[in-house]
Design a protein around this ligand. Structure first.
Ligand SMILES: *Cc1c(COP(=O)(O)O)cnc(C)c1O
Length: 422
């Protein structure tokens, strides 16, 4: 039976336990105790939900019935994830992960985790807490909304998310309450941690980025890129922040996917590329950039990555891309190919350009496109002098009903609202 262990040594959690608790009891992060090879038939799965079932089933076999898993995956992965040839001659591709309801790749992990948690915690009443600085909160809220017996409390720092993110976070959804906290993101996180540590009779769970239930589903789209492209091998460029996306790719590689090399594409928050180049840790406070979902100074999945792949330098090359270079990348790609990249994806595209300058053009390169350009109209306009077309989901957003409540940055205040929630 598949077990999950902690990066710090604790043994033997089931998937359900790892999913419910998030963090291991010794403070480490959960990783699969063994990594089964993906079943050979993955190449012949030409629907995302079927591929997801083939790739994920070995990890969840003992915990989730096949039919429930299949149903959950179908509900969660109900949007296209196309591989787009940006420049066929140059063998340059992007995998567009942003066609879900909140227009960022976070929909994949968050929606799947929501379904898995619903299956595992059947008939329980659960309150999910999420501290969010942007994309995660709305993806989680959307994933859980209208699932019986589950409700979600979102905490975000008031005035510190982008206008589009604010619209998405404060959308009125059944079973969801959004709290604009008078404080920083770190304070939101501290409130959630304190509530989990002392739930006072409430049935609480957290949907933060270190949850293994978000990580495993992200393996699937790495396989999906290979299925669509028919690649024998490829280089994959990952726009990185907390390194969750990259860690999922490493899991896919360990499960047998022939990824020749990973490009860890960071913005000015370059501590991880610096570590790969020098083995010196300079993790610390984050800088603000145009690719704000990647503004992470001390990536929370670093510990997991190091555990899974101690010799990661052999497989991963790191890049740090400034805001000016990000804008230049958006311009260059658009001028050459007409492809409009958002600032996060543009960082990934720039990493490919630098990698190929050094290594030449051999195998196909796939950039994970993590956000829709229409989420960042001001930056796209600044780079390209035009505004991206608004997808219907976003155009509709401003017209829908909103609900948001102010909350003091205070642990007791959070417990009060949770206790009085009918
Ligand atoms: C969260 C996010 C990232 C970074 O992903 P990690 O898994 O934290 O490394 C990149 N791009 C976008 C648009 C994001 O929302």
């Amino acid at each position: 039976m598949m077990r999950f262990k902690s990066t710090r040594g604790a043994q033997g959690a089931t998937f359900g336990e790892a999913l419910r608790s998030g963090l291991a009891p010794d403070g480490g992060l959960y990783v699969p105790a063994t990594i089964p090879q993906a079943p050979a038939e993955w190449r012949s799965k030409n629907r995302l939900e079927d591929l997801a079932l083939a790739v994920l089933r070995p990890y969840l076999e003992a915990d989730v019935a096949r039919s429930a898993l299949a149903h959950g995956l179908r509900k969660a992965l109900n949007f296209p994830v196309p591989l787009v040839a940006v420049d066929a001659q140059e063998k340059l591709y992007v995998l567009e992960l942003f066609h879900g309801p909140t227009l960022s790749f976070k929909d994949v992990g968050a929606r799947t985790m929501a379904r898995l948690l619903r299956i595992m915690a059947e008939r329980e009443r659960l309150t999910i807490l999420v501290a969010t600085s942007g994309d995660t909160g709305s993806a989680v809220a959307d994933g859980f909304a209208a699932q019986d017996g589950i409700r979600v409390a979102l905490l975000f720092p008031e005035g510190q998310v982008s206008p589009t993110q604010a619209l998405q976070l404060t959308l009125a959804r059944p079973g969801v309450r959004a709290f604009a906290v008078r404080g920083t993101f770190d304070e939101c996180q501290a409130m959630v941690k304190a509530a989990l540590a002392n739930p006072k009779g409430l049935n609480l769970s957290a949907a933060n980025s270190i949850n293994v239930g978000r990580l495993l589903p992200q393996m699937v789209y790495y396989f999906w890129a290979f299925v669509q492209g028919g690649f024998d091998e490829a280089v994959v460029s990952v726009p990185c922040g907390n390194l969750g996306n990259l860690t999922a790719g490493i899991l896919a590689a360990l499960a047998g996917l022939p990824i020749r090399r990973f490009l860890a594409a960071h913005n000015a928050n370059g501590a991880f590329p610096h570590y790969l180049a020098t083995e010196q840790s300079t993790f610390g406070p984050s800088l603000r950039t145009l690719s704000n979902a990647m503004d992470v100074g001390a990536p929370s999945n670093f510990e997991r990555l190091q555990h899974l792949m101690p010799d990661m330098k052999k497989r991963i090359t790191g890049y740090s891309v400034s805001d000016e270079e990000t804008l230049a990348s958006m311009r260059r790609v658009f001028a050459r190919t007409g492809y409009m990249a958002d600032p996060h994806t543009a960082v990934g595209l720039e990493a490919v350009r630098r990698y190929r300058q050094a290594a030449g053009l051999r195998v196909p390169a796939v950039v994970l496109a993590t956000a829709h350009p229409a989420k960042f109209p001001a930056t796209v306009r600044r780079a390209l002098g035009r505004t991206p077309a608004m997808p219907a989901a976003l155009a509709d957003l401003a017209r829908r009903a909103r609900r948001v409540e102010p909350l003091q940055s205070d642990r007791a205040a959070l417990m009060d609202v949770l206790h009085s929630w009918e």
